[in-house]
Design a binder for this molecule. Structure first.
Ligand code: NAD
Length: 486
């Protein structure tokens, strides 16, 4: 029998009584890995109550002592590095190397947040008037939470949690109902680090559980990462409830290829930016805009397509595999639907990823190979909507102005990159493009833990972003004190 996952509430592993229990399958093999209960509202509320109870003492634990708990987590995560990476690959399908990258990022979040005694300092000005001083301190607020997506099951909640607790808040993670196992592995390390009960809590679940977090009166704020329609709904709901919120949404990312780009040097990272994680990254490139004459265009597209075709697809646990499956059957069907729409709207399918060739011992249910569309115009569905799969669409533009106009016509604004050797064009691009993350000769613009991570337009709802100093601002409230001594 598959293991049923437990919640972690108030420092204890507890069973959920929910009747809604879902199977977690390895998308590469179809193997049943575990079963995940969709926790009830009451169970989720219990996690919030535990976090609220833990808050007063945790808030009064000196920042340097809170930081020590995060320091303690780092070797615990290093010890579990392989195990954590394997769980991600098994439940998500991504390659083991991609999972290792995610585990490394997760540890970096702990490292950065552990600098909290420096990071959350306030400031002071003597003599705002004679003999009167004014200072501001950044104080924690209470309980915060994260509603997580499926595609980075270990890392995404850590864009928030370590910073929140380092600041003196307490926290509840609601894991993705599709990939809940990585968080369970992470929380085993929290358990071993002996954090005081209730400081961090984990519930598995879906909409009911998320709603309980957003509506609980003791919840100060919610962090959300997921698709744009849900991000928008979460932003609205939290606004109605008077809670602060960071809501990171979906994406449609562009790469502009200038005729002077160093194509041969760039190609490996360029191709990886479309097909890494089987295209299931909010920073994945999706549309290629190629400038230049017909000859340059043809050579570029042929090279790109040949490299896409050569990608080895299979079980992510096999070290030689370069692309794993989609995370589930529905994701694959969704991507196939987009490929069919692209064909129906007149784009040319130069590389058809529906012709799946994988080791016969694997389950074909979730696999697709890389696809490339040519002759794509900006108004086609495949150019406008988030596909979230291994599909590249090639568009053309006559100038950088036109390329930027195409990018701006799209409602998303998560990431955009330019490949060029022309500093003026690169400077213009990074200055003008409305996107949260801009790359120059970089395919995946993933901000490090000490920089903010967020998008623009329909890719982000809120003010400050995840990670770095932004998120410390989110998890604290400045208090101003003015003093005079007679
Ligand atoms: P999703 O929106 O389907 O689900 C995300 C989370 O929201 C899950 O935990 C789910 O249980 C919960 N949820 C679903 N409906 C809800 C509702 N009505 N109210 C409250 N919560 C609800 O997203 P997903 O498919 O898990 O993740 C993929 C999406 O996430 C893609 O669109 C991707 O671009 C986006 N993403 C964005 C970023 C970013 O930084 N902007 C990062 C990673 C993923």
């Amino acid at each position: 029998m598959a293991k049923k996952l437990k919640n972690y509430i108030n420092g204890e592993w507890v069973d959920s009584a929910s009747a809604d229990v879902r199977d977690i399958l390895n998308p590469a093999t179809g193997e049943l890995l575990s079963q995940v209960p969709m926790s009830t509202r009451d169970e989720t509320n219990a996690a919030v109550e535990a976090a609220a109870k833990a808050y007063p003492e945790w808030r009064n634990t000196p920042p340097v002592a809170r930081s020590r708990f995060l320091h303690r987590m780092i070797p615990l995560l290093e010890e579990r590095f392989n195990e954590l990476s394997q769980v991600q690959t098994r439940e998500h399908g991504k390659t083991i190397d991609e999972s290792r990258g995610e585990s490394r990022r997760a540890i970096e979040m702990m490292e950065t947040a552990s600098g909290i005694p420096s990071l959350m300092q306030g400031n002071l000005l003597e003599d705002i008037a004679s003999g009167i001083d004014e200072y501001s301190v950044n104080q924690p607020m209470g309980v915060f939470s994260c509603i997580a997506p499926f595609n980075f099951p270990l890392m995404v909640p850590l864009w928030f949690l370590p910073f929140a607790i380092a600041c003196g808040n307490t926290f509840v993670v609601k894991s993705s109902p599709r990939t809940p196992m990585s968080q369970v592995e992470l929380f085993k390390a929290f358990d071993e680090a002996n954090l005081p009960p209730g400081v961090v809590n984990l519930v598995s679940g879906d909409v009911d559980s998320a709603d309980a977090l957003m509506t609980h009166p003791k919840m100060e704020g919610v962090t959300f990462v997921g698709s744009t329609p849900v991000a928008r709904a979460v932003y609205k709901k939290c606004g109605d409830m008077g809670k602060r919120v960071i809501a990171q949404g979906g994406a449609k990312n562009y790469v502009v290829i200038m005729p002077d780009a160093m194509i041969d040097q760039a190609m490996v990272s360029l191709v990886a930016s479309f097909y890494g994680n089987a295209g299931q990254r909010c920073l994945a490139a999706s549309n290629l805009i190629v400038l230049g004459d017909d000859k340059f265009h043809r050579e570029f597209v042929d090279k790109f397509t040949r490299m896409a075709q050569a990608i080895k697809v299979g079980n992510g646990l096999d070290e030689s595999v370069q692309m794993g499956p989609l995370q589930n059957k529905a994701s694959k069907e969704r991507v196939v639907g987009y490929i069919e729409k692209g064909l129906a709207e007149g784009a040319k399918l130069t590389l058809d990823g529906r012709q799946v060739r994988i080791d016969p011992s694997l389950s074909p249910d979730c696999f697709l190979m890389p696809s490339v569309f040519e002759n794509v115009s900006p108004d086609m569905t495949i150019a406008r909507e988030e596909i979230f799969g291994p599909v590249a669409s090639v568009l053309r533009a006559g100038s950088l102005d036109e390329a930027i106009d195409i990018i701006h016509a799209n409602p998303y604004g998560n990431a955009a990159s330019i490949f060029t050797q022309n500093g003026k064009a690169a400077r213009r691009f990074q200055h003008d493009v409305v996107a949260g993350n801009v790359g120059v000769n970089i395919g995946i613009v993933a901000p490090m833990s000490f920089f903010p991570f967020g998008g623009r337009k329909d890719s982000f709802f809120g003010v400050v972003h995840g990670q770095g100093r932004d998120v410390i601002r989110f998890f604290t409230e400045p208090k101003v004190v003015i003093t005079r001594w007679f």
